[in-house]
Design a protein around this ligand. Structure first.
Ligand SMILES: Cc1cc2nc3c(=O)[nH]c(=O)nc-3n(C[C@H](O)[C@H](O)[C@H](O)COP(=O)(O)OP(=O)(O)OC[C@H]3O[C@@H](n4cnc5c(N)ncnc54)[C@H](O)[C@@H]3O)c2cc1C
Length: 435
């Protein structure tokens, strides 16, 4: 199976963008654009958002076509940690405080139920993405982090969610390390190989009748009468509706859209399969992220690799600072692991909003974009894509999971990105040389 995968890979791509790209059993589809296209719904971006929109639109009988500049999953969708999270970054009470009781509760419910929906899509379309359903652990990096988790647990319990506050001992047993002060186990969540999931969505969307063209960059959007004309480097596309699913990989296609979020990086390192020496490490296969301000994550894959990550980029290629960082972090958490070798380092872009809430922007008549997932896009991308299909099928903006708003620019996004980058690099250096 894996030999087959790498053959398909050689035929369609040049460089694997992540471990997931190297190892997924879902084949990379490579449909090319063949002449001008007229459709009801054009979707720009071949990630979770774009392909969920396409799948759900095609299932509703809407003629639709996805345009992807590089390859399916090239953006965050093929590079992430693979944590299928319930809810948002923000605790539920903060979501309600910002969106109001009704809209806030509705969003929390939609995203709280979203892992189950993602898993149902995986099941229905037989997506080969190494899905696990043993939950995720939000691990306390400090006593203050544990107090924060206790507050979150209380709120989730009030909402009836199946989450458990783990003691230090319970966390140690699940993670196989004494490094954490406790944890919040969310039983709704799970993990996937995200490249497998996004390729599977593409396969399912095509099977349902959606068109997909990769290697096509949308360069200009013009309103002509009641239609949009998209100029690309491969020809023109005319559509009644357009959904941009470009998120943190947004380019200059729609003026000002790139200025609605701050772009940061997140990097990861994957070890070789650990074999017997890794038996007690995350033996139930929960994905983990911590309460640190500069977040740290870790998980296992289906082949026993350990994957660790944090905010920032890969520095110094495969042999440089990030390798030293990964070795040091793993040694600090799992001192029993010796002589760890790494198979892959990679990073990706995340779109952060000032209040950590995602957005659904109405850019113009018939032109929408869900954007700004703040590093949590598997479930929102899937659900907002579905909502976009509902809207195009005749639904109302008021029924969207989020208020549909006009775009609002964030000041100095470039400077902010640079400042975050510097802070993340400083932390990477500090951790890499910690004794
Ligand atoms: C390293 C990392 C770790 C993360 N970890 C998690 C996690 O564990 N769990 C989680 O839920 N989320 C996580 N996220 C966030 C999640 O990956 C993203 O929110 C999600 O993938 C966004 O999906 P999307 O479809 O909206 O956009 P993307 O997947 O980013 O896709 C955008 C696509 O648009 C294309 N594009 C851009 N401009 C054009 C154009 N002009 N014409 C044609 N195509 C264009 C790009 O090539 C790209 O493929 C992580 C993100 C990163 C980077």
């Amino acid at each position: 199976m894996r030999a087959e995968t790498s053959k398909a890979f050689e035929m369609t791509d040049e460089t694997p963008i992540s471990l997931w790209d190297l190892t997924t059993e879902e084949t990379a589809l490579s449909p090319e654009m063949d002449g001008d296209i007229t459709t009801d719904l054009a979707i720009i971006g071949g990630g979770f958002t774009g392909l969920s929109t396409a799948l759900h639109a095609a299932e509703r009988g809407i003629d639709c076509h996805v345009l992807e500049a590089k390859k399916i999953g090239f953006g965050g969708s093929g590079r992430n940690v693979g944590l299928v999270n319930a809810g948002l970054w923000l605790p539920p009470q903060d979501v309600r405080a910002q969106l109001g009781e009704e809209r806030g509760t509705s969003l929390i419910t939609t995203l709280g139920d979203a892992p189950a929906y993602v898993m149902s899509l995986i099941e229905r379309h037989q997506i080969r993405c190494e899905a696990t359903r043993t939950g995720t652990i939000h691990a306390a990096h400090s006593p203050a982090g544990y107090e924060d988790l206790a507050r979150r647990t209380e709120e989730w319990h009030r909402l009836g969610a199946p989450v458990d506050l783990l003691s230090r001992e319970e966390t140690t047993a699940k993670i196989g390390s004494t490094a954490f002060h406790g944890g919040l186990l969310d039983r709704r969540a799970g993990t996937i190989n995200p490249m497998g999931y996004v390729r599977g969505l593409a396969r399912a969307a095509m099977a349902a009748g959606a068109g997909i063209s990769i290697g096509v960059t949308a360069q200009k959007l013009t309103r002509i009468g009641d239609r949009w004309v998209i100029e690309t480097d491969r020809g023109q596309v005319s559509a009644r509706f357009v959904v941009l699913g470009t998120n943190a990989y947004t380019d200059t296609l729609w003026p000002g859209l790139k200025q609605t979020f701050t772009m940061i990086h997140y990097f990861q390192a994957a070890t070789e399969p650990l074999g017997a020496q890794g038996e007690s490490i995350l033996s139930e296969r929960q994905g983990v992220w911590d309460t640190g301000r500069i977040m740290f994550s870790m998980r296992r894959d289906a082949f026993g690799r350990l994957i660790v990550g944090s905010m920032g980029r890969v520095i110094g290629g495969d042999k440089g600072l990030s390798r030293r960082w990964a070795r040091q972090r793993i040694r600090a958490i799992f001192p029993e692991l010796v002589d760890i070798e790494f198979e892959k380092f990679w990073h990706g872009q995340i779109a952060m909003t000032p209040d950590h809430l995602p957005r659904i922007f109405r850019l113009a008549d018939g032109l929408y974009t869900p954007i700004g997932y703040n590093g949590r896009g598997i479930t929102p991308g899937t659900m907002f894509g579905k909502a976009m299909a509902d809207l195009v099928a005749g639904g109302h903006e008021g029924d969207m999971p989020l208020p549909v708003t006009n775009p609002s620019r964030v000041g100095s996004t470039g400077i902010r990105s640079t400042m975050y980058d510097a802070a993340f690099t400083a932390k990477q250096i500090k951790d890499a040389y910690r004794r």
